[in-house]
Design a protein around this ligand. Sequence first.
Ligand code: PLP
Length: 259
Amino acid sequence: MTPRVLLLGGLDPSGGAGATLDTTVAALHGVEPLPVVLAWTEQNRRGFRRSEPVPAAQWQRALRAVLDDGPVQAVKVGMVGDADGMHGVARALAPLRGAVPIVVDPVLFATAGGLSPDAGLVAACREALLPLASLLTPNTPELAALCAGDPSRALSAGAGAVLQKGGHGDGDVSEDVLWLPRERVAFRRPRLPCGPVRGTGCALAAAIASRLARGDALAAACAGAGDWVAALLRALGPAPPDGLPRLLPLARAPRIDGG
Ligand code: PLP
């Protein structure tokens, strides 16, 4: 049977991130995407304008319908948008915790600008989403906001593992580090001159969740998903002069078959 991956997150009608992107990434990985939308957003390459939470009763009914149809083999949580939603997601996913891998991408900022969290949202993310995660995938600003830049604090607070993403750094090498309770695994790749690109964090987390659903071990899923996203960035080539973030070239993305 085709693995089923539950994708909880925001809907970006401009296609650069969120549920639209995650669905494509999951389908390219040969798994069945099950997008349950928690927030409606208005944004494009020039910036994030606003978002509105989907009423809790509405997304909870959608989630129930998806789960009534059969088990899922992995979950990805992306943008939740408001603190109440984060606590609602934690309650809704509590029965799956420990039984199914849950990848949490703690979306607090947007590459194009215009999105920044208030203290309540950061606290809810730390208290509700972080302990739910079998894998948390923060970038540098998100890690700074959530646990003062220290992944071991996220492990102490209940995350099963942390993939500390190095995309926001500088230097010739981009290093992602997988923090496990007793071990660290580094993934080093050349830093590419592609400029700002939307949706890289969403795509990475969705690809990891898809690979976990297909049966990969955690480190292998992180390695494979990171290489897959890096190949997409390579395909983009150098940054254009307008400086605007670009979208991932998913129409040219390699398909992961089999499984
Ligand atoms: N909007 C939604 C719905 C998202 O899920 C995300 C990221 O995960 C963003 C916006 C921000 O995306 P990016 O910073 O990749 O542009």
